[in-house]
Each structure stands twice: as C-alpha cells, then as structure tokens.
Design a protein around this ligand. Structure first.
Ligand code: SAH
Length: 355
C-alpha cells in the first residue's frame, strides 16, 4: 500500500492527525518514509546542504570543535558526534581539517545518530577509515566529553501547529476532504506549552511547537555539563518562530506539503529559543544566536577560500567563489541560517560565537 493509502486509512480510523504525526509518517515511515528510502541530497536530489556546497563549511566547523577541545584541556577520550549526518560529508571534512591537530584523532570516538538505513550506508563508506558507530537515540551517547554538530537536523523533526483563538489555541490537523488530504482545525483548547506565547501573539496567529527537540537537547546538554565539550547547532530559523513555516521541497522546488506524502522533504524553521531554554534548564550555557555568515567569516572562511583559490582557474574557481558567497552572503544562506553553541558554564564559549 502507498503512503497516501496508509495515511487515508489511518485518518478514516482515528480521525485527523497532528502535523507532527503527518511529518513523522512522511519522513520516517519504515517502508515509505522520505528519509528511510532514499538519499535526498545533492544536485540530483531534492535539496543541497552547506557541507554539500563546499568542503570549507566542514573545515571551519572542524577547527571550531578542535579549538574547543584544546581550550578544555585536550581530553584524552571524547565523542565526536553528529546528529543527522546525511552523506557523511560534514564529518569527513571535519576529520580531514583536524588531521594536523596533535592527539585529536586518537582521542576521538566518532558517533553518529541517523534514522535512515540508506544514509547510514553512505556514512559508512565516507567515514570507513574512522570506525564510526551508530546510535539510535541521544540516550546512547557515551558518558564522555562530547563535541557535537547538527546541521539541518532539527528542521526535520516533527512540529505541531496551533492557531490562536482568544486565550486558547486550535491545533492545525491533517484530515480528508473526499479522498484528498486537507488541513483543518481541531477544537479550541488551552495549551500549557504555549502559555508564554500569549504574550507575543494575536488572534489568528500561528505558532509551532517542536516537542521532539527538547529531550534531544536536554540529554546533549546534560552530557556537556557533566563531562565537558560543546554542541554546534546550525539550522534555519530564529529565536521565536511565528507563522506557518512547514515547507516541502522536491527536486529543488517548493511543493504543497500534502500533495506527495513521502516523496518530498518536509521541514520547519527551528525555534532556537526552545533549544536554548532546554539547554539552560539543564545547567548548560549557550551562546548568542549568530548568523551562519558571521560565524563562518569570524572563523576564517574567506582566508580558506583564498588559499584554495590559489590552485584553481576557470570554472573551478568560479564554483569556489559562488560557494563562498552562497554560504556567507546575507541574501543567500548567511542570514537565514543561524548557529547556536552549547558549552559548560565553566568553559570558554565556542570560537566564532559571542555570548
Ligand atoms: N546534516 C546533513 C544532512 C541533513 S538532512 C547535511 O548537512 O548535509 C537531515 C538528516 O537528519 C538526514 O541524515 C536524516 O536522515 C536525518 N534525520 C532526520 N530525522 C531524524 C531522526 N528523527 N533521527 C535521526 N536522524 C534523522
């Protein structure tokens, strides 16, 4: 049975489902899920991410992590971890860029959290030389200093959507109109998780809640607080999300999120305030939310681009210049994407990120 058939049956049986349940089914259904069944990345896929645009992205992240490791006394064993590593390109670039950092590779245990069997296969190929291990939940992270990166991971986690109605909220639900999937609204109710959002919203405003992010950040922050380390979370979004940011991408084009379930990438902007509050509640410090372009510039991406450019001419040089612009320019990814760093209160903040 197709995913549409499965969703239709489920809605007929149980009634309309939350946007979060719809996203989870579309992305991670064991046999029809978008991530479970394919490699979505690259020019022939549905979308391109920063590490797939240029090696410079991962190199800069690698230097930031290695600098943090040195600042915290170069612990002799640590977990070098990534959430949602895609094709393994970012981790491979991190490892290549840190080859020359004495002791870093010997101390590192590479740990990957990945839900997709297809992508786990690609990661195994890309990182073969570094004996990575895979975990199924952040609860399986080792009790070691943790140096972690997550690029475009949190945007793939399911969100619920709520429309403000007076002092209550109506949940946006996915139901049926005839045989077609269609959005509708649930009954008005109070929502404990949205109490603070009554301050900054008006009737008719839509807000999003990503409950799945909280336990992930809480566990990551607990390990960093207890054992040291840092986390770099890079994604598109802002401090408090407002409005409908659910989007579907297929073949590099925006499509209707309900039109082709399981065939398009579904994401939502990351509400960084939720992540920062969860980290703070666990006793971890966090940096100021910093635009990706500013972070990369501070970490020396332009010098790195100049040094790579020295060996290039013609179309290869043009590609490099375009990649630098795409990653850093405010009109491209530079401002839309943000970086949030988590670190122990007793340590220096990650390089390139202010407090
Ligand atoms: N970080 C990579 C890939 C981003 S795409 C890059 O920048 O290129 C999102 C990644 O998160 C994919 O690897 C996807 O399979 C993984 N992912 C999405 N939801 C997940 C979940 N709930 N648990 C584990 N991995 C997940």
């Amino acid at each position: 049975m197709s995913l549409l058939g499965h969703l239709t049956d489920r809605i007929r049986q149980d009634g309309p489902m939350s946007v979060a349940d719809y996203m989870a089914e579309c992305l991670l259904h064991p046999t029809h899920g978008y991530y479970t069944t394919r490699d979505p990345l690259g020019t022939h896929g549905d979308f391109v991410t920063a590490p797939e645009i240029s090696q410079m992205f991962g190199e800069v992240i690698g230097l930031c992590l290695a600098q943090g490791w040195i600042d915290q006394g170069s612990p002799g064993r640590f977990a070098l971890a990534e959430l949602g590593p895609g094709r393994g390109t970012l981790m491979a670039d991190i490892l290549r860029a840190t080859r020359g950092v004495p002791g870093f590779h010997d101390a590192a245990q590479v740990v990957l959290l990945e839900a997709s069997p297809v992508l786990r296969g690609l990661q195994a190929e890309a990182l073969d030389a570094h004996a990575p291990s895979w975990i199924v939940s952040v609860g399986d992270l080792p009790e070691l200093p943790l140096f972690l990166v997550a690029n475009e991971f949190f945007d793939a986690l399911p969100i619920r959507q709520f429309l403000r109605d007076g002092d209550g909220w109506c949940e946006r639900l996915v139901g049926l109109q005839g045989d077609q999937l269609a959005f509708g609204l649930g009954p008005r109710a109070t929502q404990a998780g949205l109490a603070t959002r009554l301050e900054d919203t008006r009737d008719g405003d839509l807000v999003e809640l990503c409950a799945a992010a909280v336990p992930i950040v809480t566990e990551t922050a607990r390990i960093i607080r207890s054992h040291g380390g840092m986390a770099l979370v890079i994604d598109y979004g802002d401090w408090r999300s407002l409005g409908d940011t659910l989007q579907a991408l297929k073949g590099h084009e925006y499509v209707d999120p309900l039109a082709t379930p399981g065939q398009a990438d579904l994401t939502a902007h990351v509400d960084f305030e939720t992540l920062a509050l969860a980290a703070g509640a666990t006793g971890c410090a966090h940096t100021r939310l910093t635009p990706q372009g500013v972070f990369l510039e501070r970490m020396g991406i332009t010098q790195r681009a100049q040094s790579l450019a020295g060996a290039l001419t013609g179309s290869k040089l043009e590609t490099l210049v375009r990649a630098h612009r795409r990653l850093t320019h405010p009109e491209e990814m530079g401002n839309l994407f943000k970086v949030l760093g988590l670190y122990p209160k007793t340590a220096m903040p990650p390089s390139g990120l202010g407090t």
